[in-house]
Write a protein that binds this ligand. Sequence first.
Ligand code: SF4
Length: 280
Amino acid sequence: MEVIRATKAGTCYGVQRALDIAEEVLDTCPCAYTLGPLIHNPRVVEELAARGACVAKSLDEVEGNCATVIIRSHGVTPQVRDEVVARGFTLVDATCPHVARAQQGAAELAEAGCRVIVLGEADHPEVEGLRAYAEKAGGKVDVVGGPSDIPEGLYAPIGVVAQTTQMRENLEAVVGELKARGLDPIVKKTICYATRQRQDAAAELAARVDAMVVIGGRNSSNTTRLAEVCRMACPKSYHIESGDELDAEMFAGCQTVGVTAGASTPDAHINAVVAKLESF
Ligand code: SF4
């Protein structure tokens, strides 16, 4: 059975950077905290916990006067950042630079006097951060999931900033709707194409193999979406967290199997799955 790896798969730049930063901190600091899991991958979170990384739901759960708090790749609100410092904790910033640019963009729109439209999932921590940065800069903010959520009665100037993982088509639809209302919004270019590149590469591969294996946390929305994309082109698509879930019977009659992985799946996990598939 030939095993083919998607041309784009596994950790994106921002997640890999956050993992590298966390590992560097844990090399010298026996206990560091993240506010929520560092990434949406239970196996990686377990591995980090074994090295001393604690997951806190809020700063109230952080123990020790000089504890280290690592900010995750999708960032936090400026209030949380200030609170980390005010409580005397050491702040280690693993916010993805793309997210940091979006936060800065949201603040710039507000400073320019714009009403700020944040396009994204309302309860996602990255979106909470974008909203908070704009509000801290004095802006009035609306979070929308798409064009149908845009409130009535808006007037210029309007600014739009998107959660980094939004689809370009959704942003275009929101901008189109605002233009149709006679508003000409200032649009910050904040979309990161890491997710889209993984989906496109997975779809291309899924269309030419007998089976697909998608590796990543079941709690990872980008991995789940990747599995959906694969299933559309290849009905025999398996979403797994570890190679232990695979056996040879699952690939009976297959000549080719494709492998892809979500943006929070490290290379070592992908390599282990590829090696197992090649042993069948
Ligand atoms: S998906 Fe893009 S914005 Fe999000 S962490 Fe990865 S590189 Fe950064």
